[in-house]
Design a binder for this molecule. Structure first.
Ligand code: AMP
Length: 473
């Protein structure tokens, strides 16, 4: 979409009945566990009766943004937080969240994970009504739509969310703070995850269950697609959106393949288990005779273990990842950018030399990482390289919050598997099939969004929609 940018992120909300409590440091810990969902910016907003709304956002990792001072100045027993994912070219503080908008007797603070495909049109409507935007994100559009319904049109917040949900096309999981009340909303197709847990008497909403584990909270359940949850008298209250009745499920397969942490469970399916299954399925499809199965760390480790267990071929580390390299590692010159993969991953020559290796990666998107990676691996002189991929060929962009790339950039949209194998100059290349991936996840095909793999998108798409590329050095 012209000028609009997507938000694929991690969100957290905490509600405590105890108004002497500050929840900001717990939001911080939860966001820290969700850092993999976004490294571009981070923000927290909290509310206390005495101090009202306080918030702080900044660029970079959660640990860079929040030092002691910022955290302890955020007071209150209710709050929300956000980590934002980076895409090419739009790294601006104005796009960081939570977004806050205030009115005479209150405010709305909101954090969003997802992507609204008709946000251009919705934004134009708001601009015509005099709303001014500070960012170019669709999240700010949702925030002002809520304000319009709640404040200008005098609706309760539940009715306001109902009204807004009827206009939104796309994916969303939201945490919303309205004058001291916390709401969680999961879009009716369930593309983005959102779950709820309890810690003592406090409730926590988060994109992934790993956020609950780190603060020793007890997972209760996933938010049902199309559900609004809020908290009253220490209980979870629920309201189902009217549009949920006519919507079908469309869970994002890429959460399981790459995006989510393996120690999270989404909609009852553990991500680690799914990745083990992916490895087993790869073995069924490609029973290769080799000496060792090597993952591209970290995301492919479970799939390599799965392949190894299924085949009996030993699992071995062959690439060591520098754990201090973040995804936002910016390198100014081409020469330095070429060093990026080397700085991130280094082959163990002794583990590779002279061996027939099966190398497993979670996905090939543009193919640039694989090329650089395989060049490195070849320097270690393996006898054979068989490259297996835990995601079917990505042939189309994602418009729902995982910036993949434009069709022109997607290698599998432009070349056959054999052509890609030739370009990579390796002995064999095998992608998991769509059927095998669906089996590995264990959800019915009709409940999954597979748009980037088969171009069957779960919503209408505007003609002028543009795809985005994720940032990678
Ligand atoms: P490339 O083929 O060069 O685009 O890089 C593919 C690698 O980047 C995969 O193996 C993943 O580790 C990672 N990756 C895939 N999709 C994304 C995405 N949407 N955002 C960030 N990283 C990704």
């Amino acid at each position: 979409m012209q000028g609009e940018i997507e938000d694929k992120c991690g969100i957290v909300g905490i509600h405590s009945e105890d108004d002497s409590k500050d929840v900001s440091s717990f939001i911080y810990y939860c966001l820290f566990a969700l850092q993999h969902r976004g490294q571009e910016s981070a923000g927290i907003a909290t509310f206390s009766e005495g101090k009202g709304l306080t918030y702080y956002c900044g660029m970079g990792l959660i640990t860079d943004v929040f030092k002691d001072y910022e955290i302890h100045n955020l007071n209150g027993n209710i709050g929300i937080g956000h980590v934002r994912y980076s895409t090419t070219g739009q790294s601006r503080l104005e796009n960081s969240q939570p977004f806050v908008t205030d009115f005479d007797d209150g405010f709305i603070a909101m954090a969003h994970n997802g992507d609204i495909v008709n946000s251009g049109e919705l934004r134009d409507e708001l601009l015509n009504e005099g709303y001014e935007f500070k960012s170019d994100t669709d999240s700010e559009v949702i925030c002002y739509m809520l304000k319009r319904e709640h404040y200008d049109n005098n609706k309760s917040i539940i009715d306001a969310i109902e009204a807004v949900s009827k206009k939104l096309v796309g994916s969303y999981a939201l945490v919303i703070l309205v004058n001291g009340d916390l709401y969680g909303v999961r879009g009716p197709m369930g593309i983005k995850p959102l779950a709820v847990a309890k810690r003592g008497d406090d409730y926590i909403l988060a994109s992934e269950t790993v956020a609950f584990d780190v603060v020793n909270a007890q997972y209760i359940r996933d938010i049902v697609p199309g559900e609004i949850v809020y908290f009253e008298n220490n209980e979870i209250k629920s309201h189902m959106l009217e549009i949920a009745e006519e919507s079908s499920l469309s869970h994002c397969m890429f959460e399981y393949v790459y995006f989510a942490r393996p120690d999270s469970t989404i909609d009852g399916i553990n991500v680690y288990q799914t990745r083990l299954n992916i490895g087993r399925q790869l073995h069924k499809l490609y029973p290769i005779d080799a000496d060792v199965v090597i993952p591209v760390p970290d995301s492919s480790i479970p799939a390599a273990i799965g392949y190894s267990r299924a085949s009996g071929i030993p699992y071995g580390e062959g690439l060591i990842k520098n754990r201090y390299v973040g995804r936002t590692f910016i390198m100014p010159t081409q020469e330095e950018r070429e060093l990026a993969v080397r700085l991130k991953l280094n082959p163990i020559k002794e583990a590779i030399k002279g061996k027939k290796i099966i190398l497993i990666d979670d996905s090939i998107v543009r193919g640039t990482t694989s090329k650089q990676l395989l060049d490195l691996v070849k320097e270690a002189e393996p006898a054979e390289i068989h490259f297996l991929v835990g995601c079917p060929p990505v042939i189309a962009p994602c418009f729902y919050g995982v910036a993949m790339a434009t069709k022109k950039e997607l290698i599998a949209a432009n070349y056959s598997t054999e052509e890609i194998r030739e370009q990579l100059d390796i002995d064999s290349l095998g992608y998991i099939t769509l059927e095998s991936l669906i089996e590995a996840i264990g959800m019915p095909e009709e409940d999954l969004c597979l748009g980037c793999l088969n171009e069957k998108y779960p919503t209408e798409l505007p003609d002028d929609i543009e795809a985005e590329t994720y940032y990678k050095p």
